[in-house]
Design a protein around this ligand. Structure first.
Ligand code: ZN
Length: 295
């Protein structure tokens, strides 16, 4: 991809290398059990002892509870290698391009586009959708309208799923942004409401449609990045198709269990994911992304 030197989005929040504040957890726990602690003599003694140790250690410059004393959130940014820095820049450029694309598409339909934040993290992250570990892969949380990515997923994509390349990486971001667009358009809300009134199998079928639409929207972004801003090199499209195919449910299930059970699909088969991405990519038109009407 030709991304270097292009505008970087200011909506990236870099939490790489930061530990999720254990201190905040300890504080919350303490607060919850405070009434019980105050009720007994032993509890009160422990509490006073704890305060004395904590305050005393601060005076002596010993950090007994780093999470507590730093407030847990105001940590200095981690030292990043040049390669990690560059990955962050790449993500910020792709995010900026999705902003430009979706402002133009939605606003020409009279719908304002709210730019989502993208959080880079390592290991574990706190979101409005709860605490998440990198193992769940990149995700979008509608509760705070933020995309969360641990960039080690790109290593997995390359090494475990055989899908290397920067356009494959961009596709992953564009897919999550696709979920944000669904949130703005009310599609995800509608799906989640209907899912509460149906069986798990039917619910999964709807999830698949939602996921395939996000793939189609990712393709729509690709169309705009390519035709309006010439960001793609030859071979780039193929990288995204390989990635879409590699992270299809059938492929992932086969790797995990050795067999495929379509009823439990929540993302769609490799073939479906490739087809919908392609459809968005060749038309650049979100009206072509109606995965729900069953055509
Ligand atoms: Zn998704």
């Amino acid at each position: 991809m030709r991304w270097q030197g292009k505008r970087k989005s200011s909506n990236v929040e870099d939490r790489r290398g930061q530990r999720v504040a254990a201190g905040a957890g300890i504080g919350a726990l303490l607060f919850r059990f405070l009434p019980y602690l105050l009720r007994s003599k032993l509890g009160r003694t422990l509490l006073i002892l704890g305060v004395v140790v904590f305050v005393g250690s601060r005076f002596l410059g010993i950090d007994v509870a780093p999470g507590l004393s730093s407030g847990g959130s105001a940590q200095a940014p981690a030292q990043l290698t040049q390669e990690q820095q560059q990955m962050g820049d790449f993500v910020a450029v792709i995010l900026a391009d999705t902003e430009q694309t979706w402002h133009s598409i939605l606003e020409s339909a009279g719908i304002p586009y709210r730019e989502p934040k993208l959080i880079l993290f390592t290991g574990q992250v706190n979101s409005a959708c709860g605490m998440a570990s990198a193992a769940v892969g990149p995700f979008y949380c509608p509760g705070d309208e933020q995309v969360y990515i641990d960039l080690s997923f790109y290593e997995d994509l390359k090494n475990r799923h055989g899908a290397p390349g920067d356009f494959a990486q961009a596709y992953v971001i564009a897919h999550e942004i696709g979920h944000h667009v669904q949130n703005i358009l009310g599609t995800s809300d509608k799906v989640h409401r209907s899912q509460q009134m149906m069986s798990k199998v039917d619910g999964n079928k709807l999830s698949v449609k939602l996921e395939l639409q996000a793939d189609c929207y990712a393709g729509v972004w690709g169309y705009h990045a390519d035709t309006k801003r010439q960001m793609l090199d030859s071979g780039d499209l193929n990288e995204a198709l390989v990635a879409a195919s590699a992270i299809g449910d059938d492929r992932l299930q086969k790797q995990a269990t050795g067999r495929v059970t379509p009823d439990s699909f929540t993302h769609g088969s490799s073939e479906q994911r490739v087809a919908w991405f392609k459809r968005g990519f060749t038309t650049g038109d979100i009206n072509q992304c109606d995965t729900f009407s069953g055509r």
